[in-house]
Design a protein around this ligand. Structure first.
Ligand SMILES: Cc1cc2nc3c(=O)[nH]c(=O)nc-3n(C[C@H](O)[C@H](O)[C@H](O)COP(=O)(O)O)c2cc1C
Length: 400
């Protein structure tokens, strides 16, 4: 065995590591903030804040966190043999400061209920994960605690509290929401009148139903109902996507010739073949009556690229989006659905028509099952179209 210490080995390293610098550099990594809670034998709650909570394994379901060897709370949690991870939300900064304070006062203002295993679940968290201690592993001046997950739940309507460079903050989307305009307000009113239909469909199918409006040549997510099963939900409300082919086909398929030409002109290629391909996409959407995007890796990349463009709506943004889109093959509006194989679906969209036959807005299904057979896709599309029909009637009633 090599008996040299780490420092003997350091001849080719810059010198002994300064703990301050270690902390300072590692502080560049942002974390969420979780409260690890447990109950003493007398039923009183104990808890400590950690930034080291992490998901570890799916099979078996394990999560972990790293308590310091100097922690006075961790031995109490270890004695309980179980703990609950409470992922704090952005509006729980005051509770967070209590939980980071003297241990006797940490629960003074906290509302909580016991989990199935008896550990405190704090009211208002983004998520809680109820665990039994699976293993405690040595890790220098910390330990790695692995917890076997017994039950868990999350609240998709809350945003998490974040910790970065000794300060608290919250998550924000890089894409800026659309500026308030008369058109946006009138679209939001429209979405309000179809909310019940969206909710009923989302609940029925166990998916997320979005309303998508066309505002100044951009598709804007103006409404959302329900939450997808088995998936983390990040709100898409306010997200904007420029109308660049083949995106937005469900809007353009029923638009006038001038709008179709404007759409075609934003594509990366202006050759006859590209033009023909996009015209065929419009034809396919018109014939189906709905629009389909498969979940290819490129589609996710595109989604995140588009959302992160500072000005996707400007001409430069259009060019960038168009060049990414040109590499996506037939993920958008595939020619034929494979009858034999289940396929991953990103979204299905259907138009809600106004009384004059124009498209008032789109309804979109997201968070669909990971893989769908052709008949499942067609069933969901038919349900979506039926809901779009009800929504069209609700809009007409609201306008009457
Ligand atoms: C944002 C934040 C993250 C923290 N993360 C950890 C952590 O991962 N592990 C840890 O041992 N202490 C962490 N601490 C410190 C503990 O919350 C607590 O101060 C420490 O455990 C001492 O309290 P105790 O003696 O009651 O355990 C963190 C504190 C804050 C404010």
């Amino acid at each position: 065995m090599d008996e040299r210490s780490d420092n003997d080995n350091a001849s080719d390293l810059p010198g002994p590591l300064d703990p301050g610098r270690f902390r300072q550099v590692l502080g560049h990594y942002p974390t969420g903030v979780s409260a690890i809670t447990a109950c003493r034998q007398d039923g009183s709650p104990v808890g400590m804040l950690v930034g080291t909570f992490t998901s570890v394994s799916l099979d078996p379901p394990l999560v972990g966190f790293l308590p310091s060897r100097t922690s006075t709370t961790f031995p109490l949690i270890e004695a309980a043999g179980r703990f609950c991870v409470n992922v704090l939300s952005a509006d729980q900064e005051a509770l967070c400061r209590d939980l980071g304070g003297p241990s006797a006062r940490r629960f003074d203002h906290a509302a909580w209920r016991p989990s199935a295993l008896g550990s405190p679940i704090l009211d208002g968290c983004v998520a809680w994960i109820d665990c039994e201690i699976h293993n405690v592993v040595d890790a220098g001046d910390h330990a790695i605690v692995l917890g076997r997950v017994r039950s868990l739940d999350g609240d998709g309507s809350r945003l998490p509290l974040l910790f970065f460079q000794r300060g608290y903050g919250k998550f924000s989307l890089l894409s800026t929401p659309p500026a308030a305009s008369a058109e946006l307000i009138s679209q939001l009113r429209l979405v309000d009148s179809v909310r019940l239909q969206m909710q009923a469909l989302a609940e029925d199918l166990g998916v997320e139903c979005l309303a998508v409006s066309l505002i100044d040549d951009e598709m804007v997510v103006t409404g959302s109902a329900g939450r997808p099963q088995n998936r983390a939900v990040l709100t898409r409300l306010g997200q904007r996507v420029p109308l660049v082919p083949p995106m937005g086909a469900a809007f353009v398929a029923w638009a006038d010739g001038g709008s179709v030409e404007a759409w075609l002109s934003r594509a990366a290629g202006h050759d006859p073949l590209t033009r023909e391909r996009h015209l065929q996409i419009l034809e396919r959407v018109r014939q189906r009556g709905w629009s389909l995007t498969l979940d290819r890796p490129g589609v996710r990349m595109l989604e995140s690229a588009v959302f992160h463009l500072p000005d996707a709506a400007g001409p430069e943004g259009h060019t960038e989006v168009a060049s990414v889109l040109s590499g996506l093959g037939d993920a958008y509006e595939p020619v034929e659905l494979d009858e034999e194989r289940a396929q991953p679906v990103n979204n299905i969209m259907a138009p809600v028509f106004a009384a004059d036959g124009s498209v008032a807005l789109l309804l979109a299904l997201y968070g669909l099952p990971e893989l769908m057979s052709t008949s499942q896709i067609e069933m969901c599309a038919a349900r979506l179209q039926a809901t779009a029909g009800l929504a069209a009637r609700a809009i007409a009633d609201a306008r009457a």
